[in-house]
Design a protein around this ligand. Structure first.
Ligand code: ATP
Length: 233
């Protein structure tokens, strides 16, 4: 589905990714793990071509998307949900979803409002509320729901469990597993190993912009020294 190979990404002269490579197979949930500043966000942005890599390649469904403009990447079926919530605070939940609908991808079965409310029941109760009245976790869910309105086949989620209440974290995990059961592929960045355990099939651990581990969560559990070296637990 997604193949990332030898990514080298810079901010100005500062090199942040030093040859990052990994794959995400169709229908898989892959967690990018690592401490603050390890390069998780930069990896997601490089996949999305928001920060294009200077070297290396990103292929999606066999097509080389490296250095495509981000809107074209989105049209190809990648949906990016940044860490900072992107909703319209002066629009209602329902109106926010309508805005998302303006860019459906060709050939994909569209997500309906009803299906999204089934995925995020909290949002259903808040349908007529303004975005600014939502809790942080609800805003995060609305950001994801809006992205789904574009019918991506691969969703990139930057720290979906960050800064939200524990009960909402559980609902977020349930929603991600639902997306997987619907056949979507998910690549998410996480600091929370517990959350990664709840949702991910595989973990890719970054440190200083390089991959230090790539394997299943069970394989990671069998190597506590890897966890201790590269994650804050
Ligand atoms: P976090 O969990 O804190 O977001 P991360 O693993 O996602 O961490 P990145 O945000 O990808 O890490 O940052 C990787 C490195 O790149 C860090 O050293 C960071 O300071 C640097 N960096 C990030 N964004 C920029 C930028 N716009 N300009 C310059 N350096 C940046």
């Amino acid at each position: 589905m997604l193949s990332v190979s030898g990514l080298e990404t810079f901010y100005g002269r500062a090199q942040v990714l030093h040859g990052v490579s990994f794959d995400a197979r169709a229908g898989e949930v892959v967690a990018l793990l690592g401490r603050n500043g390890a390069g998780k966000t930069t990896t997601l942005k490089s996949v999305m071509q928001l920060v294009p890599p200077r070297r290396g390649r990103v292929t999606f469904r066999g097509q080389d998307i490296t250095r495509w403009p981000p809107h074209r990447v989105a049209k190809a079926g990648l949906g990016y949900v940044p860490e900072e919530r992107r909703i319209f605070t002066q629009l209602t939940v329902a109106e926010n979803l309508e805005v998302g609908r303006q860019r459906p991808r060709e050939g994909a079965a569209p997500w309906t409002e009803a299906a999204l409310f089934d995925l995020f029941p909290n949002l259903a109760e808040r349908r007529g509320n303004l975005g600014k009245a939502l809790s942080g976790g609800e805003q995060q869910m609305l950001t994801i729901a809006r992205t789904l309105m574009g019918n991506p086949s691969l969703v990139l989620l930057d720290e979906p469990s960050e800064g939200i209440a524990p009960v909402i974290v559980e609902q977020m995990a349930a929603a991600i597993l639902r997306l997987k059961s619907e056949g979507l592929t998910v690549l998410l960045s996480e600091q929370n190993l517990h959350f990664a355990h709840a949702v991910a099939d595989r973990a890719v651990i970054l440190e200083h912009g390089a991959v230090r581990f790539d394997g299943t969560l069970a394989e990671l559990d069998a190597q506590p020294q890897v966890r201790d070296a590269y994650l804050s637990v």
